[in-house]
Design a protein around this ligand. Sequence first.
Ligand code: ZN
Length: 168
Amino acid sequence: MSGSNRVQDGKVVLVHYRLTLDGVDEVVDSTEGDEPMAYLHGADNIVPGLERALEGLGIGETIAVTLEPGDAYGEREPDAIQEIPHDAFPDDLEIEVGMQLTAEDEDGELTPLYVRAIAEDHVVVDTNHPLAGETLRYEVTIVDIRDATESEVEHGHAHGGDGHDHHD
Ligand code: ZN
């Protein structure tokens, strides 16, 4: 373990961020007025271009980066929309527009699905992330950097600011 406290693989990084679409002044997502977001660096918790941009930064540093879709949520695939009958979903699942679901195929491969619309006899889902095809602008401030706990490394994600968040 090196003595320097810089953003690198195996660190949990706490950030405040503001996400806008390039050229549009509307905030898509932000931690403003909220707790900073904690993520595990080097574990694909955040989009690849942002992870690269944050590498090596120290506490208190702020950056602004513009990311092409290939460095963010990917290009929008036109054939990614599917209609799925309601009875293909678990009975106790309350489906809402905008929610993210995960589909699992026979090989155990997981695919995220985003609910686009709900019709009487089916649900319209899209495998494109809602921000696919968009050029994104992130403004990020590094709030804190700490070593990941063993269970965070095992799970591949951060367990909150102090590493003790419980989850399923
Ligand atoms: Zn976990």
